[in-house]
Every structure is written in structure tokens, then in C-alpha cells.
Design a protein around this ligand. Structure first.
Ligand code: IVH
Length: 671
């Protein structure tokens, strides 16, 4: 008996602690234990609950890993219909929406709240006495499907409200949008492609598809996230405004979107729309507009609903990020390493405010898989990343004039032989001539690009011209360009020629990481170059390093290691590097060689508050130069918290976690 009691206590403690850690991880983005520690605790709880299933409550964190598969979905009747929203497409539509509200309520000063319109799948979560008991899809708005066990696997969804059971509302139906972040979506599709599975057209489809899995273990593997924005039926909870409701929901533990704007007039709404539109592309998830709501609940009530949509809210839409257009042609581009990439030439379309004329087709396999033909009508997107892509073509729109694309057998630029080989699971076509003009142009473009030598004024067109005129044949020629000759180029004025030579001169001082990246070694991106430069203090060391030595660097894989070592053992490449140094390129160390007794070396440091003698970024630079890892939130792994004036919650937390706290003087002295 005693033993059981102790076990039951342990289970309850684990449930409580795991719930707290899950909230910190998913909602607050501020974990205080490692993933391994979390998994260890969860494993222990699962063992106990397996032996005593009666202790496995519906809000136990063990429910997050998925349940046995269902045969079919049960129907979920919504207590309050899940309506949709009317759309506005311009400012005029918003003024009219506002005028109608003024007319119907007899009030002049209406206060609005504006929220991002999240592009995902709507769900309703029902909590009884604070416990999640049912989750449902929107369905047709009246009846959805019960997807409780799938929703339980979504980390940020609280299985239990962050409130005493006695104080929790009797009934709370929370509505929100389940989303997949752009970066997670790309990863998910990449993995599906590699496994030969069909890819999702957009994050919305991926989110909706993941929620409608009969096997919740599949849902558990999908990177789903959620933001909540409203309620259905509520009993035992009072709030007068929508923004108050959102605050309460946040306190209960729900993720509420950080870009919500409150207290807006109609003019403020239009301003907020412009600001959100500017934020759109940089947001980590997709939004397709802004939802504008009357903030006052009594006014919402007074305005009421039409059949399908409320009178107190409207969706002000953004430009679509997907459009249909026609593929006029498919051409082939030769990349820096000679790889041929087919590119679709499109009838130009405006996608999200940008004119799109081309879309990458990646490789021949992709064209075959999507059955893309010249003349096809296609759905194109530029969401997620900047390069437009073809999502799918419309087979039913074919009229017999569509033409199959065939990869050329000879390089379209230099006429050399094309070699075919397999990399991972795709077939690659490569021009074998390393002095092919197209390859040279791409290599030079990369060499002078922002993350490499960063030569302002040496854009695509000028590089093309310089290569075509024979003024650039290799990297070193960039540094021997003469002002007079540059000024003589077509469309190149004297002034810009002299700006350009100055920019070239300035670029000669370069960090080791950038220099490595600029060389354009295969499999060596910005990150790999940085990692390598941190381990080797000079070029000679790298040149002497064998692949096996490079591979020991954390984060460097065998492909990069062997590519780098191959690059530097090649005689021609050695000559190229020597020529660059002789032309005046000067490699600066990325960070000073660290003294072994530096107190910050390899230490995790957090900065908070305002420092009197340094800005935050200067302090960060100094710390990083001393080998510190500067992070933004305090955890048990933090070694030092540097506390300036007006330090807030981080300082409190550091005290609680026993992190060593340094004031400015002490910090500077240690540096
Ligand atoms: S409010 C009656 N707020 O848009 C109010 N909806 O077209 C209706 N959506 O089905 C919902 N973000 O899936 C609201 N901040 C937000 C939203 C939002 C996305 C979706 C939701 C709804 C659809 C309505």
C-alpha cells in the first residue's frame, strides 16, 4: 500500500512537472531542462501509468505521444457554429465595414482589435473543469470531426488549463488555428520527397492533413503548432472585451499570437494592416490577411451574426502567395559547379506583390515526378523562400499542344559533354568543362556576393559583361580590374567605376570564414565555412589538414570534409589561393586566439538590462571574441548572467536557478 502511495505521488509529480516543462518549451520558448531529461521523466511516467492505468488521466503528458489508431472519426456537433469571415480587399471595404457598425450601434468611436489571419486549419478545443476533453475540426461549421487524440499530440496545446481545478471555468471552448511553420514545412516536404511520398502543396494542407490522421502517432511526428483567437460556448468565465479574453487565454497557457494590435480606431486598423503586410514575409508562419474585430463584447453581441459570418469581424486579405499561370518554356541554367538546373519561364504573374517570371524546377526527376510540360498551366508559389516554385500543374487544362522537356546532351553554354550521375536520390546533370563561361560567371558572382567578398556594385550584369569581355577569367582578376577599363564598359559611368574600384579595395580585408565560403567549395556553405574557420587558425593549417581531421569538427560531415581537403590538395586551387594573397587579399582572424584561462571561454552567457559603457551588441561581440556562447534566455545550463541597469525577469530567474550573476564592473574586469 505504502509503495503504491509513493508511486502515485511520483506519477502526480511527474505529470505536474512535465506539464510545466512542456509549456515552457512550446509556448514560452524558454526550456529549463534538456530534451533528454524530459524524455527520461516521460519514460518513467509511462512505465508507472502502464502498471496503473487508472492514474493515467486525460491530461497526463503521456497522452501526447499518440493513442491506438481509430477506425473512423466521430462527428462533432459544434455548440456554437464555427462561422467564416467576410472578406475585404481594399481600404474602402474596411471603411464600409466600419460605417455599417457605426450605423447599427449608434456609436462613433468603435475600438478594434486586429489579428494576423493565420493560414492553417481551424480547431475547437473543449475544456471541462479545466481539462481538455474534446478537440474537433471545423467541418462545415455546424458539424466537424472529433480529433482529440491527434490534438493531444500538439505540444503547445494545454491538456489542462493553467488554473486551479476549482477556479477553472465549468466549460470553455477555445478556437484557434493549427499551423505548420514555413521552415518545418520545407523540412517535412523534403523528407517526404526523399521517402518517395507525395508532397504537400502548402503548410495549410499539411496542417489539415496531419489533423485528419486516424493514427495519432503519425500526427505526433508532424511539427504542428497553434495560436488561439476566440471561443465557442463558455460557462463560468467573464470578460468584457476580446483583448481581455486573449489575455485570459494566455494566462491559461494557450499560445496567443504576438502580433495582435489592440485599441485601434478605423484609421489605426489601416495603419496596422500596412505594418502587418510588411512583416508578412519575415514571419515564420504563413498568414493570408488581417482579421479585424470589434473589441467590446457587448457591441459584438449587439451586432450579432449573419448566416455565415459575424457582423463584428472582417478579414482584410493580402495578395495571394500562390497563383496560376502558364509555362512558356523550360530552359537550362548552368550553376557554379556545372550542375544543370531546368528553369520554367512563366507568363509573368504578380505573387504577393512581386512579379514572377521564372520558377526553378530543381532537376529532371522533379519535372518527371510532377509531369511538368512546356505549355502547361501551373500553380506557382514564392512562399517560404524567395525562389518561386511550381506546386503542381493542371492536367485537365491540357489541349494537346504541351511538349515534354528533354535535358540537353551538351552544355547549352560551352557545348561540352554533360555527365549524368546520382546524388542522394536524384539524378544530376553536370557540364564537365570547369572553364565553361556559365560556371565561371556563377563562381565569380558567388565570390563577390554579400556573404563572401561583399563587393558592392559588382552585380550580375557587370559580372556577365566582365566575363564576356575576357576581363575576368579567374578570381584574382577581380582584384586587378583597372578603373579606366571599367569606365570603358558599356553602361558604366566613370563615377561608378571609381566607386567600384574602391569597393574592391575595401573588400580585400576579409574574415577567414568569408574567404573560405567565397572559394565556392562544394558542400561548404556559410555555416560550414564558419565552423572550419573557428577550428583552424590559418590557411596553411587547413591546406595541410586531411579529410579525417576536418571531420572531427562538430557539425562538419564527411562530404564537406572530403570536398575541402580535395579542394586544397588540388594544385590549381593552391595557385588560385596564392594569387589572391599576392594580389593583396588579407585574411583577418575571425576571433582572437583564445587564452586558455579566459573565464568566458566555452561558457554560456546571457545579457540583460542596460550596460552603461557598452551596447548589448558590443558586449555580445566582446564575449563571443572570448569564446563565450551568448544566448537569450536563462536556463540551468547558463554559466553567467550579466546584469545591467533595470534587469527584469531574467535576473530573477538567474537567482532562482543559481546562475552566477555579474554586474557591469565585474564583467569588464573579467574581460
Ligand atoms: S475569427 C467568427 N481570427 O479564418 C470569427 N479567424 O474565414 C471567425 N482564422 O475559420 C474566426 N486567423 O480558421 C479568426 N485571428 C483569427 C484567425 C481566423 C485565421 C481563420 C479561421 C476561420 C477563418 C474564417
Amino acid at each position: 500500500m505504502k509503495m503504491n502511495e509513493a508511486l502515485q505521488k511520483e506519477a502526480a509529480r511527474l505529470q505536474r512537472e512535465l506539464t510545466g516543462h512542456s509549456h515552457r518549451y512550446h509556448v514560452l520558448d524558454d526550456p529549463v531542462i534538456s530534451d533528454e531529461e524530459y524524455d527520461g521523466m516521460l519514460k518513467r511516467l509511462m512505465e508507472i501509468e502502464e502498471a496503473f492505468p487508472e492514474w493515467s488521466t486525460p491530461d497526463s503528458p503521456t497522452k501526447r505521444v499518440g493513442a491506438p489508431p481509430l477506425e473512423s472519426f466521430e462527428k462533432a456537433l459544434h455548440s456554437v457554429p464555427m462561422l467564416s469571415l467576410d472578406n475585404a480587399f481594399n481600404d474602402q471595404d474596411i471603411f464600409e465595414f466600419h460605417k455599417r457598425i457605426v450605423r447599427l450601434t449608434g456609436r462613433e468611436n468603435i475600438v478594434y482589435i486586429a489579428e494576423p489571419k493565420l493560414d492553417g486549419a481551424a480547431v475547437e478545443l473543449r475544456y471541462e473543469n479545466g481539462i481538455l476533453v474534446r478537440a474537433a475540426t471545423r467541418g462545415d461549421g455546424v458539424t466537424g470531426e472529433v480529433i482529440t487524440q491527434n490534438v493531444r499530440t500538439i505540444g503547445p496545446v494545454p491538456l489542462k488549463l493553467n488554473e486551479d481545478r476549482s477556479k477553472a471555468p465549468l466549460l470553455l471552448e477555445v478556437r484557434g488555428e493549427v499551423i505548420i511553420r514555413k521552415s518545418d514545412f520545407e523540412k517535412l516536404n523534403k523528407a517526404r520527397m526523399e521517402d518517395g511520398e507525395s508532397i504537400f502543396a502548402n503548410p495549410r494542407n499539411a496542417a489539415a492533413g496531419s489533423l485528419r490522421q486516424l493514427d495519432s502517432k503519425i500526427t505526433a511526428k508532424r511539427p504542428l503548432d497553434i495560436f488561439v483567437y476566440g471561443t465557442g460556448l463558455v460557462q463560468g468565465l467573464e470578460f468584457n472585451t476580446h483583448h481581455r479574453l486573449l489575455n485570459i487565454l494566455q494566462e491559461f497557457g494557450f499560445p496567443v499570437n504576438p502580433h495582435i494590435r489592440t485599441g485601434l480606431s478605423v484609421a489605426g486598423v489601416l495603419q496596422a494592416y500596412k505594418e502587418l503586410e510588411r512583416l508578412r514575409e519575415g514571419l515564420p508562419y504563413e498568414i493570408d490577411g488581417m482579421v479585424i474585430k470589434v473589441d467590446d463584447m457587448a457591441l459584438q453581441q449587439q451586432l450579432g451574426e449573419k448566416i455565415k459570418s459575424p457582423r463584428w469581424a472582417i478579414a482584410y486579405k493580402f495578395f495571394a502567395m500562390q497563383k496560376t499561370t502558364r509555362i512558356k518554356d523550360i530552359i537550362v541554367q548552368v550553376g557554379r559547379t556545372g550542375v544543370l538546373t531546368p528553369v520554367a519561364i512563366l507568363e509573368s504573374v504578380n505573387i504577393g506583390g512581386v512579379m514572377v517570371r521564372r520558377a526553378t524546377l530543381h532537376n529532371e526527376d522533379e519535372i518527371r515526378r510532377k509531369d511538368i510540360r512546356i505549355g502547361d498551366k501551373a500553380l506557382v508559389t514564392r512562399a517560404g523562400d524567395v525562389i518561386p516554385k511550381i506546386i503542381r500543374i493542371f492536367e485537365s487544362e491540357r489541349n494537346g499542344t504541351q511538349i515534354h522537356f528533354k535535358m540537353p546532351e551538351y552544355c547549352p553554354v560551352c557545348g561540352s559533354r554533360i555527365e549524368k550521375f546520382k546524388l542522394d536520390r536524384s539524378h544530376i546533370n553536370k557540364c564537365v568543362n570547369s572553364s565553361c563561361q556559365a560556371q565561371l560567371k556563377e563562381r565569380i558572382r558567388h565570390f563577390v556576393s554579400k556573404k563572401a567578398f561583399d563587393i558592392e556594385g559588382l552585380g550580375r550584369k557587370i559580372v556577365d559583361q566582365l566575363v564576356d569581355e575576357g576581363m575576368i577569367r579567374s578570381f584574382v582578376d577581380v582584384f586587378t580590374l583597372e578603373k579606366e577599363k571599367l569606365a570603358g564598359l558599356e553602361r558604366q559611368a566613370e563615377k561608378s567605376a571609381s566607386n567600384l574600384t574602391e569597393a574592391i579595395e575595401r573588400s580585400k580585408k576579409i574574415s577567414f570564414a568569408r574567404f573560405l565560403y567565397a572559394l565556392g567549395i562544394e558542400h561548404t556553405g556559410e555555416n560550414a565555412a564558419k565552423l572550419i574557420s573557428e577550428k583552424f587558425s590559418c590557411l596553411d593549417d587547413i591546406m595541410a589538414a586531411l579529410a579525417s581531421g576536418l571531420e572531427t569538427i562538430h557539425g562538419i560531415g564527411p562530404e564537406t570534409a572530403s570536398a575541402v581537403s580535395r579542394f586544397f590538395s588540388n594544385k590549381e586551387n593552391k595557385t588560385i589561393v596564392r594569387q589572391l594573397l599576392e594580389a593583396g587579399v588579407e585574411i583577418k582572424a575571425d576571433r582572437p586566439i583564445q587564452a586558455r584561462d579566459n573565464p568566458f571561454n566555452q561558457k554560456r552567457v546571457v545579457l540583460t538590462g542596460t550596460l552603461a559603457s557598452l551596447t548589448r551588441s558590443e558586449a555580445q561581440k566582446l564575449l563571443e571574441n572570448s569564446g563565450a556562447i551568448v544566448t537569450s534566455s536563462v536556463s540551468t545550463k547558463t554559466d553567467f548572467l550579466i546584469a545591467g541597469k533595470d534587469a527584469g525577469s531574467k535576473l530573477e530567474k538567474a537567482k532562482q536557478s543559481g546562475v552566477r550573476i555579474l554586474e557591469e564592473d565585474e564583467f569588464l574586469a573579467m574581460l
